[in-house]
Design a protein around this ligand. Structure first.
Ligand code: KIV
Ligand code: NA
Length: 277
């Protein structure tokens, strides 16, 4: 099969073919997800929580995210891979942001970068787009603002904020955003964003990916650990599809038992001494 590209998600959005996206942080899982048919992967800054064990997405280094992105690419060479620009990698200056975004594409081998944005990011989105860096504009709930907000919050639940989100979505598209990601907003807000998300000129849909944002989105994303039953906290829109946490616990217990009982390698190991003559 062919490598999945931005054109594919554009076509899926145009043809109203719902597409799945899932977070992924390593080559092995990427290989298995791709085998399972997952074509679109996000190397999310949720790696800070799921991989590194932090309680927010803030502390993950950009270099680490780029390494994970490269790993996911090695595991799924033909997937469409989004690299999530972490906190600190695009906030300090647009020049830094450009350098870091370039590294996501060159070293990380990502197809697109994702940024959590508001109106102030419009010039940066424009600059990246014109440099050949496709940008996913992440709006709605923005976990990198957790300290400013005082917690992880939903978004767009008043008419006033909903209007701001629609305007932000339109501004991002006008500045070249290749796709939108909308997190934790009411269904109606996503409907309005999908209706507004049209490429300037052609009027074709700009792909809108929802994260707990209702049925209207063209694509839907969840965190791997949530739907595989590995998380200690469950978002209401990402129920476990499979209880891998329990399976790991069972397998761990079996390994402990195998060794502690003395049965492991009891009949000898696989390596015999070599004849040196
Ligand atoms: O980092 C992440 O996993 C994300 C998704 C939840 C949208 O940004
Ligand atoms: Na993220």
């Amino acid at each position: 099969d062919k490598r999945c590209t931005l054109r594919d998600i554009r076509h899926w959005a145009r043809d109203d073919h719902k597409f799945p996206m899932i977070t992924c942080y390593d080559a092995t899982t990427a290989r298995h997800l791709y085998e399972g048919g997952c074509r679109v992967m996000l190397v999310g800054d949720t790696a800070a929580q799921m991989i590194l064990g932090h309680d927010s997405t803030l502390p993950v280094p950009c270099e680490f995210m780029i390494q994970l992105t490269a790993a996911v690419r090695r595991g799924a060479p033909k997937a469409l891979i989004m690299g999530d620009m972490p906190f600190g990698s695009y906030q300090c200056s647009d020049d830094d942001a450009m350098k870091n975004a370039c590294r996501f594409l060159s070293h990380g081998n990502a197809d697109l970068v994702k940024l959590e944005v508001d109106m102030t990011h419009a010039p940066l989105v424009h600059r990246m787009t014109h440099a050949g860096i496709p940008v996913v504009a992440h709006i709605g709930s923005r976990p990198q603002t957790v300290r400013a907000m005082g917690g992880f919050l939903s978004s767009g639940r008043t008419k006033r904020v909903a209007d701001i989100l629609i305007e932000t979505a339109e501004t991002m598209i006008a500045h070249g955003a290749a796709a939108l990601l909308v997190e934790a907003v009411p269904d109606e807000v996503t409907e309005r964003i999908v209706a507004a998300a049209k490429q300037p000129g052609s009027g074709r849909p700009v792909p809108v990916i929802g994260c707990g944002a209702g049925p209207a989105a063209h694509g839907h994303v969840v965190v791997f650990h949530d739907i595989f039953g590995l998380s200690d906290w469950q978002p209401p829109f990402a129920k476990p599809i499979y209880n891998m946490g329990e399976k790991i616990q069972e397998a761990g217990a079996k390994w402990v038992e195998l060794v502690e009982s003395g049965r492991y390698l009891r009949d000898g190991g696989p390596y015999t001494m070599l004849d040196e003559s």
